[in-house]
Design a protein around this ligand. Structure first.
Ligand code: KMH
Ligand code: ZN
Length: 368
C-alpha cells in the first residue's frame, strides 16, 4: 500500500500534496509528528500505515536517509497551504532545545521539597545543578533567608552575581511576576539590573483560594515599555489563550517587540489545563516567527516537555513548577529535573542548546 501511494505522489506531486495538506487538522499533524519521530528512531513503516488509517488521508512521505527531498517537498506544500507556523520544518531542521530551569519560584516551599532554595547559596547550588545538567536559562525568583519571596533589587543583584561567578555564560531571566500582591514597581526592580531577559506576564488569573495574580492591560504595557527601553527580551508568560491575544494586541500597539518568545504556563489552578489539546491550541495560536517554551505544572511537566520537544518548541522545568521527578518521588535537585528532559530529548533526537546557542535562537547578542 505504501509503495503504491508513493507512486501516486511522484506522478502527481503538486496537486496531491496541496489538496491533502488542506484537509489535515491539528490532531492529525500531531499524529504525524509522532510517526516521524518514531520512524526516525526505528525505521518502522507500519507506523505510516497506522497514521494512514487514523487520518483517513494520505500520508505521502517516507522519512529515511534517502528520502529527504520528498519530505522537503511535502513540508514546503504543508507550510504553504496549511500552516501559519514552522512546526514541520522545525522538526526536520530542528533547532536545538533550550531548557529553562525555574529553580525557585515564589510559592513553593521547603515543606514541599527540602531542596527548594531560599538563601543565595542554595540558589547558586540549584542554578549550577540545572546548568550542569543542560539548562541554558535560569528563570529566577529570589527569597529572603526565611523563604519569604522578594523582588528586592539588592537581593536579585546578590543572587545574579553569585550565579554568574560560578556559571558566567548562563542566561539569567529574572521574574517580574514576583508573588501575588506585589505592586508593579516592586515587581519591576530586577529590570534595573538590565538582565538579558525577564518574564512579562500577559494577563490576570486566579491563583488558588482568594489569590489573584493581577496583570491589567496597563500593567503589561508598563512592563513591556520598560523592557523595550532597557533592551530586555521579554518571555511572554501566558497562562491561558487570552493572554496570547493580549500579547499580540500589545505588540501591534508597540509595547512588545518581535520576534516574540512565549512561555505557555499550563496546568495552573486558574489557567488553561495541561492536556495535549490545550497545548496544540496554545502553540497553534502564536505567530509563525515566534518561539515558545512550555512550563507544565505538576504532573503536566514531563508530558508537555515531550510534546514541545517533538514539536520544535522549548522546555521549562524546575521546582517553581513541579517538585517531583516521578509520581510521588521528590526530585533531589533542579538538575535532576533538567537531566530527565535531556534524556528524553536525546531519545527523541533533539540536541540541547548551550547558552550561546540559546541566545542565537532567541535573537539575543552572543556573550563571550
Ligand atoms: N509567582 C507568580 C505569582 C513570573 O515569574 O513571571 C508569578 C510568576 C510569574 O511566577
Ligand atoms: Zn516565575
Amino acid at each position: 500500500m505504501f509503495t503504491l501511494f508513493r507512486e501516486r505522489i511522484f506522478n502527481d506531486e503538486r496537486n496531491h500534496a496541496t489538496s491533502s495538506c488542506k484537509n489535515l487538522d491539528n490532531q492529525t499533524m500531531i499524529g504525524i509528528f509522532y510517526a516521524l519521530q518514531y520512524n526516525t528512531l526505528s525505521g518502522n513503516e507500519h507506523v505510516y500505515l497506522l497514521i494512514f488509517r487514523l487520518t483517513k488521508k494520505h500520508v505521502f512521505f517516507k522519512y529515511t536517509q534517502t528520502d529527504k527531498n520528498l519530505l522537503r517537498l511535502y513540508l514546503f506544500y504543508a507550510k504553504k497551504t496549511y500552516f501559519r507556523s514552522k512546526i514541520l520544518t522545525n522538526y526536520i531542521f530542528m533547532e536545538k532545545l533550550i531548557i529553562t530551569a525555574a529553580i525557585c519560584g515564589a510559592e513553593v516551599l521547603k515543606e514541599h521539597n527540602p531542596a527548594v532554595p531560599y538563601t543565595v547559596e542554595e540558589i547558586v547550588r540549584e542554578a549550577k545543578s540545572a546548568y550542569e545538567a543542560g539548562a541554558s536559562i535560569i528563570h529566577l525568583h529570589v527569597r529572603w533567608d526565611d523563604g519569604t519571596p522578594t523582588q528586592d533589587k539588592g537581593r536579585f543583584k546578590e543572587a545574579m552575581d553569585a550565579i554568574l561567578k560560578e556559571i558566567p555564560d548562563v542566561i539569567i531571566q529574572p521574574s517580574t511576576g514576583g508573588a501575588v500582591g506585589m505592586t508593579d514597581d516592586e515587581r519591576l526592580q530586577p529590570t534595573e539590573l538590565q538582565p538579558e531577559m525577564a518574564t512579562l506576564d500577559c494577563g490576570t488569573l486566579n491563583f488558588g483560594g482568594d489569590d489573584v495574580f493581577t496583570n491589567t492591560e496597563n500593567t503589561i504595557k508598563y512592563f513591556g515599555k520598560r523592557m523595550i527601553e532597557l533592551g530586555i527580551k521579554p518571555e511572554l508568560e501566558c497562562f491561558d489563550k487570552s493572554m496570547i491575544e493580549m500579547a499580540l494586541r500589545l505588540h501591534k500597539k508597540g509595547f512588545i517587540n518581535k520576534p516574540m518568545h512565549f512561555d505557555f504556563v499550563m496546568g495552573v489552578n486558574g489557567g488553561i489545563g495541561g492536556d495535549l489539546r490545550d497545548f496544540v491550541f496554545m502553540r497553534g495560536s502564536i505567530p509563525a516567527d515566534a518561539s515558545y517554551t512550555v512550563a507544565g505544572i505538576g504532573r503536566f511537566e514531563f508530558p508537555l516537555a515531550m510534546a514541545a520537544i517533538i514539536d520544535g518548541g522549548h522546555v521549562r522545568v524546575g521546582f517553581e513548577d513541579n517538585v517531583y521527578i516521578s509520581k510521588g518521588v521528590l526530585a533531589k535537585s533542579n538538575g535532576e529535573l533538567v537531566a530527565k528532559v535531556v534524556r528524553i530529548a536525546k531519545e527523541l533526537g533533539r540536541e540541547i542548546a548551550t547558552p550561546n546557542e540559546a541566545r542565537t535562537i532567541l535573537g539575543l547578542p552572543i556573550k563571550n
